[in-house]
Ligand binder design. Structure first.
Ligand code: FE2
Length: 348
C-alpha cells in the first residue's frame, strides 16, 4: 500500500465564510496525521503549493475531507476482486434515487471481501489518514458496495449526496485511461454543514470553482473520504474503454461516543426493511455495548473504576446516552420514526 501524496482537511486552518457560504479551499496536509487519539485534532504541516497557503507551518488537524488517490491493490488484487464481482453480477440492482446499477452485501458471499474489509494492515493505514481509529461498518450489507458506471447512460453514476456512514474508501478497478466523465466531485461548499451544501447545490447548482475533482491514476488506486461530512457525486460516464467499476468500503470511527452518522432510512431503501432492521440493530448493539463496556472497565485505561467514584455526571451521561440510542433505534426500526435522508429523492 502506498501513502497518499496529501490529505485534504475538512475545514481550512482559518475558516472563512462569505455570504453565508463556505467557498474557500481547505488546507492540504501531509501524511500521516499524528496524535490520532486526540479525536482527529493533530498538528500537521501544510503542504507547500496548496492554494490554502502557509506552506510548512503547523496547523490543527480539522478532520479528513478526502485523501489523494493512493495505490491499495496490486494488479493481481484488482484481477481477483474483479473476478469476485463478476461471479456475483447477477445480484446487481439499481438503488432507488441513487445508483443505476449496484451490487451490495458481497461480504455475505465472499471471504475475499470480508478479508479486504477487516484487514488489520488496511485498517491501520486508513486510520493514520483519518486521524482516528477506524473499523468496518457494522451493517454487513456495506461490505462492500460495487458501483457500475455504464458508458453513455446519460445519468450520474451517483447523484450529489452525503454518505450514511462516517468514512468510505472508494477503490477504482476499471481502466479509466481516456475516460470522459465518471469523475468523483467533492464539494468545498459549507464545510461545516454538509446538509446545507446539498441544499445549496440542489437549489442553485454548483460552480466548478466550488468543487474538487479527484482523478485516479489507474486501477487499484483508492480514495478515503469522510463522505458523511462532505457532499459528493460521480458524473455520468460519457466515454471510456470499459464501464467505470468502483468498490466502496464503509468505515466508522471506533469511538462509540462520537456522533453516529448511520442513517437507517438509507439502508431501509436500498437493502429492504427486513435486512436493514437487523443490520441497524446489530450496529447499535455494538455502539451501546462499547459505551457500557467503558463503564465496566472503569473509564479510560481500565483503572478499575477509580475515577468513576468522583464523576457522577459522566456516569449519568453514559447511561442516558445508551438509553437514548436504544430508544431511537427502536423507533426507527419499528417505523415509528424516520431519520433524515442525506440525498434528494425525485418526487419527494
Ligand atoms: Fe458517497
Amino acid at each position: 500500500m502506498e501513502e497518499p501524496e496529501y490529505i485534504r482537511m475538512l475545514k481550512p486552518a482559518k475558516y472563512r465564510v462569505q455570504d453565508g457560504v463556505e467557498m474557500k479551499s481547505t488546507d492540504l496536509v501531509s501524511f500521516p496525521v499524528s496524535g490520532s487519539e486526540g479525536g482527529g485534532r493533530a498538528k500537521r504541516f501544510v503542504a507547500s503549493g496548496d492554494s490554502g497557503g502557509g506552506g510548512g507551518e503547523e496547523v490543527d488537524f480539522q478532520g479528513l475531507a478526502f485523501t489523494a488517490p493512493f495505490k491499495l491493490l496490486s494488479d493481481e488484487g484488482v484481477r481477483d476482486l474483479k473476478n469476485v464481482i463478476l461471479d456475483n453480477e447477477q445480484h446487481c440492482r439499481s438503488l432507488p434515487g441513487r445508483a443505476a446499477k449496484s451490487l451490495r452485501g458481497l461480504g455475505y458471499r465472499s471471504q475475499f471481501i470480508r478479508d479486504l474489509n477487516y484487514s488489520p494492515s488496511v485498517l491501520s493505514h486508513l486510520s493514520s489518514m483519518s486521524g482516528c481509529p477506524l473499523g468496518p461498518h457494522h451493517m454487513p450489507s456495506n461490505l462492500s458496495q460495487t458501483n457500475f458506471g455504464e458508458i453513455g447512460a446519460d445519468k450520474p453514476v451517483d447523484v450529489w449526496h452525503i454518505d450514511s456512514v462516517d468514512y468510505v474508501l472508494v477503490i477504482l478497478l476499471s481502466d479509466a485511461s481516456n475516460m470522459v466523465g465518471g469523475d468523483l466531485l467533492v464539494a468545498r461548499l459549507n464545510g461545516g454543514d454538509p446538509a446545507l451544501a446539498i441544499e445549496t447545490i440542489n437549489t442553485r447548482g454548483i460552480d466548478p470553482s466550488e468543487f474538487d475533482k479527484a482523478s485516479y491514476p489507474g486501477p487499484g488506486h483508492a480514495i478515503l473520504m469522510q463522505g458523511s461530512r462532505i457532499a459528493h457525486c460521480v458524473t455520468p460516464v460519457v466515454e471510456a474503454v470499459e464501464p467505470r467499476l468502483t468498490v466502496v468500503n464503509s468505515y466508522q470511527s471506533l469511538n462509540v461516543f462520537e456522533e453516529d452518522k448511520t442513517r437507517f432510512v438509507t439502508y431501509r431503501d436500498v437493502d429492504g426493511v427486513d435486512t436493514a432492521r437487523y443490520e441497524y440493530a446489530r450496529h447499535k448493539a455494538w455502539r451501546v455495548k462499547g459505551q457500557l463496556e467503558y463503564l465496566l472497565r472503569g473509564g479510560e485505561g481500565g483503572e478499575g473504576g477509580k475515577g468513576m467514584f468522583e464523576d457522577n455526571g459522566m456516569i449519568l451521561d453514559i447511561l442516558e446516552n445508551a438509553e437514548e440510542e436504544l430508544k431511537r433505534a427502536r423507533e426507527l426500526v419499528s417505523g415509528k420514526a424516520i431519520d433524515e435522508r442525506p440525498y434528494k429523492v425525485t418526487g419527494e
